[in-house]
Design a protein around this ligand. Structure first.
Ligand code: E4P
Length: 214
């Protein structure tokens, strides 16, 4: 499974990149608003660190506006992926961009049929939001499982990018369900390498060694 960082913080991108396991980055308007920086400038900085797909989201909600913004985003770097909402206009923009060879990430996917439609339109990535479904009492992971089944039924090539991941248990179950990619905040990536028994075991090894050899 590929691991993307879900952040617009350059420090986070550098920290994840330094771990050697970073495959890509996703950003969104909320994440960029937290950073209070120019979006295009920050995307260029992120693309300077991470050579994998970097998702740049449009703010427009109409087809023409999305196409205009997409044209600007793709000029930033060759690894930019245009992030579009999973709406009817987003679907049209997805198809038009796919026809031009531009990679897209269809975001805010909350039902399997959205994922089916965007795959038909040639989306490179689809982003089902697990945490936000859990927040409203639904089972976010079930969405990953059903999209996997539908895509496998028809040999659809769109990659399932599990998003809105809040903790390591989400990440583990995405891997079990067969998500192609998971995008996570830095703390979730770091938590994958944390276990109290690892810390306790390391402490004991070092104490035993020190007792014997000083
Ligand atoms: C994905 O591309 C989104 O940026 C993100 O995963 C949303 O996560 P949230 O629901 O924690 O805001």
């Amino acid at each position: 499974m590929e691991i993307y960082l879900d952040s617009a913080s350059l420090d986070d991108v550098k920290a994840a990149h330094d771990l050697g396991i970073l495959d890509g980055v996703t950003t969104n308007p909320t994440l960029i608003a937290k950073e209070k920086v120019d979006y295009a400038k920050r995307l260029a900085e992120i693309c300077g660190v991470c050579k994998g797909p970097v998702s740049a989201e449009v703010i427009s909600t109409d087809f023409a506006g999305m196409m205009r913004e997409a044209a600007d985003h793709v000029k930033i770097a060759p690894n930019i992926v245009v992030k579009l909402p999973s709406t009817l206009d987003g679907l049209k923009a997805c198809k038009a961009l796919a026809d031009k060879g531009v990679r897209t990430n269809l975001t805010l996917c909350f039902q399997t049929l959205q994922a089916l439609m965007v795959a038909k339109a040639g989306a490179f990535l689809v982003s089902p939001f697990i945490g936000r479904l859990d927040d409203v009492g639904e089972d976010g992971m079930e969405l990953i499982r059903t999209i996997r089944t539908v895509y496998d039924n028809y040999g659809m090539k769109t990659k399932i990018l599990a998003a809105s991941i809040r903790h390591t248990n989400h990440l583990l179950h995405c891997a079990i369900a067969g998500a192609d990619v998971a995008t996570c905040p830095l703390n979730v990536i770091q938590a994958c390498m944390k276990h109290p028994l690892t810390d306790a075991g390391l402490e004991r090894f070092l104490a035993d060694y020190k007792k014997a050899f000083g």
